[in-house]
Each structure stands twice: as structure tokens, then as C-alpha cells.
Design a protein around this ligand. Sequence first.
Ligand code: S3P
Length: 451
Amino acid sequence: MADDQSAANVGGLTAHESGPLAGSTEVPGDKSISHRALMFGALAVGETQIEGLLESDDVLRTAAAMTALGAEVKRTGDGRWQVWGRGVGGLREPEDVIDLGNSGTGARLITGVLAGQGFNSVLTGDASLRSRPMARVTVPLAKMGAGFVCRSGERLPMMVMGSADLQPIVHEQTVASAQVKSAVLLAGLHAPGETSVLEDVATRDHTERMLRHFGAAVAVGAESGRQRITLTGQPELAGRQVQVPGDPSSAAFLAVAGLLVPGSEVRLVGVGRNPLRTGLFETLAEMGADLQWEAMRNDGGEPVGDLVMRAGPLQGVEVPAARAAAMIDEYPILAMAAACASGSTVMRGLGELRVKESDRLGAVARGLTACGVTVEEGEDTLVVHGGGRPPPGGATVRTDLDHRIAMSFLVLGLVSQNPVGIDDGTPIATSFPNFVALMKTLGADIRGRAD
Ligand code: S3P
């Protein structure tokens, strides 16, 4: 049963109709960039200093994994971390199973790192991560020379049999996935010669940007309508300073809350504006949102700006499938905006949402239906019929170990006619540990069981 009015998990939270949200706030560090900063620091020679690291459960798992693999990883202040790396190919065999918790990015990228080490290691994770497909990385990495023993369906726990003799490949992406591209490039660091990835649709390029920042040669060019990314293997990576920008995928929840709660005006400071991540903001602008980027700047190779939004009416739109890669994590929160917009919002090309931390397409459709919204769920499409005003609400939604489902329905509850609950708020800590506290400082009425 998807939505249970009597759910009794200790981590349950309920969002109530709130007055205007107001204020200026930073958003937590980018999760994708935080994982990569720790991994590249561990593969570099010398000291890497990271500022603005996201200190969430997912990223702390990657920090622990890098420590288990022989890097020296130290927290020196709020969001400030220092990594002393072991060099490409210089990691050491971990003494125990590496547990990556809820983190698909941690699991897929670290698999790429381990593929090129001359030892075996075992990866596991929570129930959500153990249900997610790993074949997308094991197939190309096996072609390079690594070995894998997985549970049925190529799922974790998984043993990685690393090889100190990896061969370069040309990998043609079969799914638009930055995690897969990154795993192949990370393995390619260990192989002699050139490792290439061919993408039909460009996915987030944080790995390419950071590889260059640490001293690797990465070329990007066009080839028969596709993008070809080529890494020259076996570079000497050197420790660097990394400034982590605010995560646009976390900013998304605050932005939609600021657009939906009547009378709100919110400024989000230092949000990453990498053009391969900003699909949601483009879509919201097409829906008529009053949303502006200000104070544009560049932080450590990534474009950054302040995002200012004022609440107002939204209209339904058609979101092109080609935009999916640039907003893949943002469909759940877009669906909440669509539920309050006038007219229908059509979202296509969503097949990948079925294999995220939960089946997000199913979870959004079930949760919205329980909140009184009319939706049409297809295999890889979602149509949300908005009523031009907030929906009835009044349901408790099952979060299925998925932080983005949890935060999305809390945002919907701030405007719904009746409160919206989630059965378990603990997954929020995987990406946005201070979400509830921060929302409350802006004026949101979110309550735990004890409140
Ligand atoms: C990520 C890539 C995306 C995204 C995930 C982070 C990354 O996953 O959903 O949250 O940091 O590379 P896919 O590669 O599966 O699309």
C-alpha cells in the first residue's frame, strides 16, 4: 500500500499551510561535486582542501570509503575538509566491506575507482541502493578488464576484482547517465592511452571539469551528432583547492516553495548554475515563474549565482524529453509545482526515474493522487493536471528511503488545503540534513511527531 494515513514511523513529518516564506539563505553544498572532490583528492598526490563540502550522509559515506582505501581525510571546520591522496593506482585494499548507504553516485563512481586497483573489494548499501542496477557500470568496466560478482540482477552487495592492467575503451552510453560516464572515466585514469565516452545527450560534466582542475587532459568534441569525451590515461593528479557551490537540486525545493506559498520572496545565495543542471529553472520560467539569477560568478570552475524568486501563478507546460538529463533529479518537485499550476504539465522521457532511490515516477503519481491531484502515469511519462490552486492534500505519503520524495511532498503540504505528511523524514539527511530547520527559518510550518 503506497499511502498510509496511519503510518507510525518515528521519523514522520507533517507540513501545514504556511504564511509567506521570506529571507535569504545559502543552500548546502552540491552533492555531485562533493563526492567527486573527495574521490579526486584521494586519487591525487598531495593535499586537497575542500570548502563548502556537503556534510550529508551520502557524502560522509564517500569520505569513509576514501579513508578505508588509504587516503587521509580530515574535517577541519564547517564544510572544510582536507584530503591527502595516494595517487592514481595507489589506494590500498580495504579491511572490510564498504557500505555506501543510500548513495547511487557513491556506489557507481567508487566502482570505477576500484576497477583499476590491484585488489578486491566488496560494496554494499541500504535496501534502496541494494535494489538499484549496477550492470550499467559493470558491463563497460568488465570490458576494461575488471571483474565483478554481484547478487542476482547485477545488484549490491558486489565484489569488485580490480585490475592493475586495465585497458582503455570507447564506451557508447546506453543510458544518459553522468554516473556511468564518470565511472568509465575514473577507471580510464588507470588505463594507458585514451578512454572515451560517447553521449547522445550531454549529462552533467562535473567529472570532466574536476579532472581538468586536478591536472588530467580531457578533450570534448562532436562526433556524428554525439558528444565524445576523451581522457588521456595515467596522469599524475595533483592535490588542489575545491570550492563546492550550492546544490541546484537542493535549491529546487526552496525555489518551488518560494514560488508556491502566496506572498513569498526568497533569495538563495551561491547556487550552482552549471548549464547541464538548470533544466528545472528553465521549465519554471516557461511556467511563468518570477525567478531571477543575480550576482553571477565563477567558483572553482563552476558557474554560480543567487536565485531570487517571488510567488505567483504558474501555468502547465510540456517539458521536452531532451531536457530530462538537465533536471533528472527535479521531476518530483516539478510535479508539485505542476499540481498547483493551471492546466496540464506533460513530462516525457522519465524512464530513469524508475531506478532512482525509489521508483520516483510511481511514488509521485501515488502521492499526488492521494493528495487529490489528477495524474496520468505512463511507463516513462507523467501528466499532472493542475487545478490552478493548491490541491486538497490531507494524505500521508510513503517516502521509500527517498529524500527527494520526502522533501517534495513536504513542500506541497505548505500550500495544500489540508496538511501533507510523510511517513519517514530520515532519508532527507542523505542530501539536505538541515532542510526542515532551514525551511522553518523561512517561515514554513513543518512539524515532527513531538511538535
Ligand atoms: C549524478 C548523476 C545522476 C543524478 C544523481 C547524481 C552524479 O544520476 O540522478 O543524483 O553525481 O553523477 P544518473 O547518472 O543515474 O543519471
